[in-house]
Design a protein around this ligand. Structure first.
Ligand code: NAP
Length: 263
C-alpha cells in the first residue's frame, strides 16, 4: 500500500451496535484496513458471532454486552475497552432503534425511548470518550444518522427527529472538539437491508416506491458502508469534519427518476 493514510493498523475502534447490520458493515471496513474492534451491543450471541467474523480478518476483536442507554454501563465499557485494547482512537455511534407509528398514536414514553437510544446515548458516550481522545491528541467520531433526518417521515416522526438531532450534534461536536484534533462526521444511510428494515421490505408497494426513487436501482447492503467508514476513521479524512455523507444510492438527491426519451 503506498497511500498509507488509509492504514488503520494500531488503531482501536469502538462500534456501538456493531454486531450486525450497518454497524458490522462499518466494523468490517475498519478491520479490513487493520483496526482492532470493540463492539458495544446487548445481544451476547450476536456479539460473539461478529467478533469471530472480525478476528477472521486478522485483527483483535472483542465485545462488551452493554445497553448504550445505561450511562454507568457505558462509563464502565470505556474503561474496559481502554484497558483491554489500549485506548480508543475511533468511535462509531451506530446503535439505533425505531418504533413505526404515526404521530397521533406515538406515545411520549415511546418518543423518549427513541430519543434516548438515538441521541442522548450518543451525547453521553461521546462525552465519556472525549477525554481519552484529547489526551491522545487525536480522535475520529462517526455518527450514524439517516436520510430521514432531513425529510418528513409520517410513520416514524420520533425516529426522523432523532436522526436530525444526532446529525446536528455531530456538527456541534466537530466545532467544539476540532481544536483537539478530533474530527466528527456523520454517515446518512439510505434504505439498507438489515434487521431494522425487515418489515418495510415485505410491503411490496413501499419496496417498489423505494426502488423507483433510487438511481442505483437497489437497496443498500451493510458492505456499502465499509469504505466510507474506513475513510472517515483514517487520517485520509483529517481535514474533513462536521460533514454528513449520504450513502443511499442517490435517493436523497432524487425528485423523480424520468427515463430520457431516446433520440
Ligand atoms: N437499515 C436502514 O435502512 C437504515 C437507514 C438509515 C439509518 N439507519 C441507522 O443505521 C444504524 C444501524 O441500524 P441497522 O439498520 O444496521 O439496524 P439493526 O441491524 O437493527 O442494528 C441495530 C444495532 O443497534 C444495536 N442496539 C439497538 N439498541 C441498542 C441499545 N440500547 N444498546 C446497545 N445497542 C443497541 C443492536 O444490537 P443489540 O440488539 O444486540 O443491542 C444492533 O446491533 C441505526 O442507527 C439506524 O437508525 C439504518
Amino acid at each position: 500500500m503506498t497511500l498509507t493514510k488509509f492504514d488503520l493498523r494500531g488503531k482501536v475502534a469502538v462500534v456501538t451496535g456493531g454486531n450486525g447490520g450497518i454497524g458490522l458493515g462499518c466494523a468490517t471496513g475498519l478491520a479490513k484496513a487493520g483496526a482492532d474492534i470493540m463492539i458495544w451491543a446487548r445481544n451476547e450471541a450476536k456479539n460473539k458471532a461478529a467478533t469471530e467474523l472480525l478476528r477472521g480478518l486478522g485483527v483483535r476483536a472483542q465485545s462488551v454486552a452493554v445497553d448504550v442507554t445505561d450511562a454507568d454501563a457505558v462509563l464502565r465499557a470505556v474503561e474496559e475497552t481502554t484497558q483491554s485494547l489500549g485506548g480508543i482512537d475511533i468511535f462509531i455511534a451506530n446503535a439505533g432503534t425505531n418504533i413505526r407509528k404515526r404521530p397521533e398514536v406515538l406515545t411520549v414514553p415511546e418518543w423518549d425511548q427513541i430519543m434516548e437510544v438515538n441521541v442522548t446515548s450518543v451525547f453521553h458516550a461521546c462525552k465519556a470518550i472525549y477525554p481519552k481522545m484529547k489526551l491522545r491528541g487525536r480522535g475520529k467520531i462517526i455518527v450514524i444518522g439517516s436520510l430521514s433526518g432531513s425529510l418528513g417521515f409520517g410513520i416514524s416522526p420520533a425516529y426522523a427527529a432523532s436522526k436530525a438531532a444526532v446529525d446536528n450534534l455531530a456538527k456541534s461536536l466537530a466545532v467544539a472538539w476540532g481544536p483537539d484534533n478530533i474530527q466528527v462526521n456523520s454517515i446518512l444511510p439510505g434504505w439498507t437491508i438489515t434487521d431494522m428494515t425487515v418489515q418495510t421490505r415485505t410491503i411490496p408497494s413501499i419496496n417498489e416506491q423505494i426502488l423507483q426513487r433510487t438511481p442505483a436501482g437497489r437497496w443498500g447492503t451493510p458492505d456499502d458502508y465499509e469504505g466510507v467508514a474506513a475513510f472517515l476513521a483514517s487520517s485520509a479524512s483529517d481535514y474533513v469534519t462536521g460533514v454528513s455523507i449520504p450513502i443511499d444510492g442517490g435517493f436523497s438527491n432524487t425528485l423523480l427518476i424520468v427515463q430520457a426519451p431516446t433520440q
